[in-house]
Design a protein around this ligand. Structure first.
Ligand SMILES: N[C@@H](CCC(=O)N[C@@H](CS)C(=O)NCC(=O)O)C(=O)O
Length: 177
């Protein structure tokens, strides 16, 4: 991406907006992190990362948390990043739009939830932890998780999985544990 390949003609055929990630699989293309996670978790159901559609209550819970990641958590974190940058530059920011839940509310809700359960769906890790957890790992990197011990422990737990190291190493960013 840092070499601009994501804006090349070839890549724009995969992702018309020139964004990453995008996945070519089963002779088709999926993009948007949430789209990719939803697809993979259902496509490789044996991995147990998504409750089956017939498993009513867990599946409903899973759908909620999956949508929460992209629809509520990600915009709340972006808003913090935007406010931080504006402050650094001494620029005034406009208030939050009505559709945006403030990061503090979102993080307090997740903190309370995780103080009672190891994972978002309770005792079982799912792709919802991957979606929301990777966003919270980013929030942690920019100092947004102080005073949120349960979220921090959950992020640390997710990062300690061998599959996390494997995925990070495969990025070629020179990631080290
Ligand atoms: N909502 C999208 C966001 C995609 C996105 O903005 N990706 C960033 C990297 S994290 C990107 O491609 N930036 C390069 C650019 O916009 O040129 C997703 O979850 O896939």
């Amino acid at each position: 991406m840092w070499r601009g390949a994501h804006k090349s003609k070839v890549y724009l055929k995969i992702h018309p907006l020139g964004k990453v990630p995008a996945l070519e699989i089963d002779s088709t293309i999926v993009f948007e992190s949430l789209g990719i996670c939803l697809y993979l978790a259902d496509r490789f159901a044996d991995a147990g990362l998504a409750p089956l559609v017939t498993d009513i209550a867990p599946r409903a819970n899973y759908c909620t948390w999956m949508a929460f990641s992209a629809g509520t958590l990600e915009p709340a974190i972006f808003e913090q990043v935007r406010a931080k940058k504006a402050k650094e530059r001494g620029v005034a920011t406009v208030g939050l739009g009505p559709a945006l839940t403030p990061f503090d509310n979102v993080a307090s809700y997740i903190e309370l939830h995780l103080s009672a359960h190891p994972f978002l769906l309770g005792d079982r890790m799912t792709a919802a932890d991957i979606m929301n957890g990777s966003l919270m790992a980013w929030a942690q990197d920019i100092g947004l998780l102080d005073g949120r011990p349960s979220i921090q422990a959950w992020v640390a737990n997710l990062k300690s999985r061998p599959t996390y190291s494997r995925a990070m190493k495969s990025t070629g960013w020179g990631w080290k544990p």
